[in-house]
Write a protein that binds this ligand. Structure first.
Ligand code: NAD
Length: 496
């Protein structure tokens, strides 16, 4: 299977003609190829998007017309749910059941933003009374322009949908650069958008390496907004590129999110949610609640239950019946996670379970679910994102201490708290410096709610209404009633 670029409404080879192999993480073998886009392809894609935005119909058409196309895409994703899920599973390694969740969520995202476009257009412009009847003032919102979207490999189609659906709904035109590790479902998305009747140039796909295709996109002066999801290191580069010409930027970056477990909660439920919080998607979750803070009286009891539960997790290729954890996405990612584990051992943390590759799997990038106890809060493994199935535990004695430990991080994407005392949960939820807080659960994510981080976890919000407004510019229009007098040297009272 050879996937092409999609530029100006046509599927084309990269101008340099190269392709990248796409590997199945369960075997390490190549099963597809994707075009290796470079700066010249990015130029062509941005030019097409620029033309579509500056002169085309898309930003100017009624929201209902844009919404109809987005709904067709949602329908097409649902119609191909099984095929897309299998593709996502082979590309990324995740268990098939989890791939199905992602694909269904991506379809929902297109429907949701189709509705949002119509709703926001129906709300119309907002009149503002400035206290001077000679002036009629209003606020209108307009599509922001050409968007350069750069996405990661952990939820390939879903992370793209979080940007493509609201950007298109808002009337923007877009160039998408998915991760070179998992580009295949985005290539399918290009087909659906094309078949749904999207005008040429409105959506463009440039697959390829970060340095070859991502960097030129982030540096391109024809892009009005960069919407990036990925690591902090790359996010910083993207932001620097945006800073050069003062372009809009949103960043969805990593985290090291805390999960505070109080002694009064049901320990079995705490086990279930903390497992899901860090082992789902092989732990390759930006919002993974990978720092487990446990109230001292239940620390050892919870640890034992967590160990038993982790050792019951079935690891294997994502298409095998009953598999709960697949391989990590790549050999490099596998090595990084194993290095992180080695640093945990070197720091003196107690390795409770896991710590290596499962012995029964001879090929593929599998890593055992790993739990460390008594992790020093100044160690690398406690402070940095592992992006793999590694859970770190640390005890606490008081609510204040738990909050202080939870907030002692340069990240602030998410946090979770578990207790039967809901008043306490609310206090903790308010005190956590994070963009997402879960009470008595970890990870449930809804398209209707804003998503994004405090501190080094990012800038801006995706999803919900916030994720739509992120693709709009705000304009004030102020009209003077020219039948009235105006003495230019007499300043307006409220401006003195
Ligand atoms: P990454 O930063 O390596 O890559 C992300 C994207 O950037 C890829 O498409 C890559 O090709 C591209 N890229 C690489 N170098 C580039 C450059 N110099 N200029 C422009 N683009 C470049 O991240 P990853 O390994 O794909 O994803 C994992 C990271 O993403 C983790 O840190 C994770 O926490 C984060 N993430 C965050 C969220 C969120 O919503 N906050 C969601 C998913 C993943």
């Amino acid at each position: 299977m050879r996937n092409l670029l999609f530029i100006d409404g046509a599927f084309v080879e990269s101008l340099r003609g190269g392709f990248l192999d796409v590997l199945d993480p369960a075997t390490g073998e190549s099963f597809a190829q994707a075009a290796a886009g470079t700066g010249a392809d990015v130029d062509a894609a941005v030019l097409a998007a620029r033309r579509a935005f500056d002169h085309g119909q898309w930003p100017r058409m009624a929201a209902a017309s844009r919404a109809a196309i987005l709904r067709r895409v949602a329908t097409e994703i649902r119609a191909n749910l099984e095929q897309l899920s299998v593709l996502e599973m082979r590309d990324n390694g995740k268990p098939l059941k989890e791939a199905r969740w992602d694909i269904a969520d991506a379809a929902f995202c297109f429907d949701y933003y189709a509705d949002m476009a119509e709703q926001v257009e129906a709300e119309g412009e907002t009149a503002v009374d400035v206290g001077d009847e000679r002036f009629a003032c209003r606020i209108r919102k307009e599509p922001l322009g050409v968007v350069g979207a750069i996405t990661p490999w952990n939820f390939p189609l879903l992370m793209a949908a979080w940007k493509v659906a609201p950007a298109l709904a808002a009337g923007c035109c877009i160039v998408l650069k998915p991760s070179e590790l998992c580009p295949l479902s985005c290539a399918e998305l290009a087909r659906y958008l094309h078949d749904a009747g999207l005008p040429p140039g409105v959506f463009n796909l440039v697959t390829g390496l970060g340095t070859e295709a991502g960097a030129p996109l982030s540096e391109h002066p024809g892009v009005d907004k960069l919407a990036f999801t990925g690591s902090q290191a790359t996010g910083s580069r993207v932001m620097q590129a945006a800073a050069r010409d003062i372009r809009n930027v949103s960043l969805e970056l990593g985290g090291k999110s805390p999960f505070i477990v109080f002694a009064d909660c049901d320990l079995d439920k705490a086990v279930e949610w903390s497992q899901f919080g860090v082992f789902w998607n092989q732990g390759q979750i930006c919002s993974a609640t990978s720092r487990l803070l446990v109230e001292r009286p239940v620390y050892e009891a919870l640890l034992l239950k967590l160990k038993e539960a982790a050792e019951r997790i079935v690891i294997g290729p994502g298409d095998q019946e009953g598999v709960q954890m697949g391989p990590l996405v790549s050999e490099l990612q596998c090595c990084r996670v194993l290095e992180g584990i080695a640093s945990g051992i070197a720091s003196g943390a107690r390795l409770v379970t896991g710590g290596g590759r499962p012995s029964h799997l001879r090929q593929g990038y599998f890593v055992e679910p790993t739990i460390f106890a008594d992790v020093a809060t100044d160690s690398w493994i406690w402070r940095e994102e592992v992006f793999g199935p590694v859970l770190c535990l640390h005890p606490f004695d008081t609510e204040e201490e738990a909050i202080a430990l939870a907030n002692d991080s340069r990240f602030g994407l998410a946090g979770a708290v578990m207790s039967d005392d809901l008043a306490r949960c609310d206090r903790v939820a308010k005190a956590l410096r994070a963009g997402v807080v879960w009470i008595n659960c970890s990870q449930p994510t809804f398209t209707q709610l804003p998503w994004g981080g405090y501190k080094a976890s990012g800038i801006g919000r995706e999803l919900g209404r916030h994720g739509y407004e992120a693709f709009l510019e705000v304009k004030q229009i102020t009209r003077f009633d020219h039948t009235q007098d105006w003495n230019w040297y007499q300043p307006l009272v409220n401006q003195i």
